[in-house]
Ligand binder design. Structure first.
Ligand SMILES: Nc1nc2c(ncn2[C@@H]2O[C@H](COP(=O)(O)OP(=O)(O)OP(=O)(O)O)[C@@H](O)[C@H]2O)c(=O)[nH]1
Length: 489
């Protein structure tokens, strides 16, 4: 502030002095420049100075707006003699100032770090192939132009992971509304999670029947685990054939890999497979933010559907050319990769960011995660253990899953789209029940397979946003709803 007249003032330090100068009855006469003042100006002082008249502004500043008077209506709040200045520290404690603190480094630094990591990963791959372990990373903090290296660490000298191995620890029959399945629980040597395989192959329950298609069985479960394992050990872990009952218990023998089917293999469609990632919210509490629960249900339903095949020559049938029906076969590989690999805690936080208007991809990025942090190596290994590496039909819209499985050496012979039930229903006659609840229309699908809590199809604004983001930002292979493209599915 510069007032260039004759009024002499060496130091103007307090807000009240300034107020006097600015709002006094006659304009101030300054003889020299006011010294530079770095202290914060009270904005109320400026407001008072800028308002209509000194008689009003002085009064307001000193009384109504005085910082010590919390509530002007308080008894004696206008009584100067009783006012005591408040400890500014106490005031700060009472009203902590919310500060935005970015948890991310500037973008340039993050990009550089990413580049360094990529280089390092390439180096690690080379080292791994040459048998070296451990990876050095460099944390660059500060401007990249300065290249200030704060710390160089040898990344936790973690030994390279051993070659992936999976082992089916137990298997059991579970009846579901769609038909019986065999639940397989897997351990592996890369993470401590219990991944699962839900195998649909009811032909295995018919102990005596001649199975047309090769059985879907776990090699690791059926192998011999120790010299002294008993029949009961094998049966208890699920290494049996046929159906267990009080009168029937036949332990399995290790598969020799020479199983041949009497039918021409080409005539039997490849098993239908779904790689599904855990979703507590969608599968357990029926969340309608996503369609995960519905997808799990729909996948099991579709895999359980009987398959029509041409009669094999060796099978007696009324007419040689009459197609025959065999039970549906396939599996859901259920991976414990909650929230696309970011975990339930982060997914819950991401939901709050989504409520603020961000989509599911951006919310992940804002939390410092990738849009998708899943891996499919374990899924590939489980599929091979189940003898499913040679050709599967994959239920998915996700191009990453297809590519990842191919990388794991799984032959995907066909992609079967996963169409959200609500997208099918909008044009479909199957929507036979409409009812009102809480002023919203609820669509109840009467089609077989509706097992989720609260109804057959998830629906709503949140779900539409989620599904559209998957199509528009994650490249999912699903035409957006608009016309009658799903009417026949
Ligand atoms: N981070 C995040 N994860 C979510 C959200 N909604 C659902 N998920 C997770 O997404 C995963 C479900 O994905 P999947 O259905 O296996 O597969 P997909 O990538 O959608 O591909 P499809 O095979 O076409 O269904 C589960 O792990 C869910 O927990 C979300 O809003 N944010």
């Amino acid at each position: 502030m510069i007032l260039d007249n004759e009024f002499a003032l060496d130091q103007v330090t307090s807000d009240l002095e300034l107020l006097d100068i600015l709002t006094g009855p006659s304009p101030p006469v300054l003889q020299k420049r006011l010294p530079r003042r770095d202290a914060d100006l009270d904005p109320l002082l400026l407001a008072a100075a800028a308002s209509s008249g000194p008689h009003v502004t002085r009064n307001h500043y000193a009384h109504d707006f005085f910082p010590g008077v919390v509530d002007p209506r308080e008894e004696s709040s206008y009584d100067w003699t009783r006012w005591q200045a408040e400890d500014p520290k106490a005031r700060q404690e009472r009203r902590p100032r919310l500060k935005y603190v970015s948890r991310q480094a500037p973008r340039s630094q993050r990009l550089k770090k990413e580049q360094d990591e990529n280089k390092e990963n390439q180096g690690a791959a080379v080292r791994e192939s040459t048998g070296e372990t451990g990876a050095a990373t460099t944390d660059v903090v500060g401007s990249p132009s300065q290249g200030v290296v704060i710390s160089t660490t040898v990344e936790d000298a973690r030994p390279a992971l051993p070659a992936l191995e999976v082992k089916c620890m137990a298997r059991t029959r579970v009846p579901t509304p769609h038909g019986p399945v065999f639940l397989h629980l897997y351990h592996n040597n890369h993470d401590k999670k219990e991944h699962l395989a839900i195998v649909v192959d009811p032909a295995q329950l018919e102990e005596s029947a001649h199975s047309i298609a090769p059985p879907i069985r776990s090699r690791s479960l059926d192998s011999v685990w120790s010299e002294d394992e008993t029949e009961m050990d094998r049966i208890t872990r699920g290494a049996y054939v046929g159906r267990l009952s009080a009168t029937s218990r036949t332990p399995s023998t290790p598969l020799d890999g020479t199983h041949t089917s009497p039918a021409n293999d080409d005539s039997i469609p490849s098993p239908l497979i779904r790689i599904h990632s855990e979703c507590f919210t969608g599968e357990t509490i029926g969340s309608m933010r996503c369609d995960c629960g519905e997808q799990l249900d729909e996948a099991i339903r579709q895999i359980c559907e009987p398959i029509s095949i041409p009669s094999p020559p060796s099978t007696p049938s009324p007419s040689a050319n009459t197609p025959m029906t065999i039970p549906g076969r396939g599996a859901v590989i259920y991976l414990r990769q909650e929230g696309r690999g970011i975990g339930l805690l982060s997914k819950i936080r991401a939901y709050n960011l989504q409520d603020l208007g961000h989509d599911t991809v951006t919310a992940n990025l804002m939390l410092g995660h990738k849009a998708d942090e899943r891996g499919y190596e374990i899924a590939g290994a489980i599929m091979k253990d189940l003898g499913l590496g040679e050709g599967v039909r994959l239920l998915t819209n996700n191009p990453d899953k297809m590519a990842a499985l191919e990388r794991e050496g799984i032959k995907v012979v066909e992609r079967v789209p996963m169409v959200p039930r609500s997208w099918k229903c909008r044009q479909h006659d199957q929507v036979s029940v409409h009812y009102q609840t809480n002023m919203e229309e609820v669509v109840q699908v009467t089609k077989k397979g509706a097992t989720m809590i609260g109804g057959g199809a998830v629906y709503g604004e949140d779900l539409d946003k989620y599904l559209r983001t998957k199509v528009l930002r994650m490249g999912h292979m699903l035409p957006l709803i608009g016309g009658d493209e799903y009417a026949d599915l």
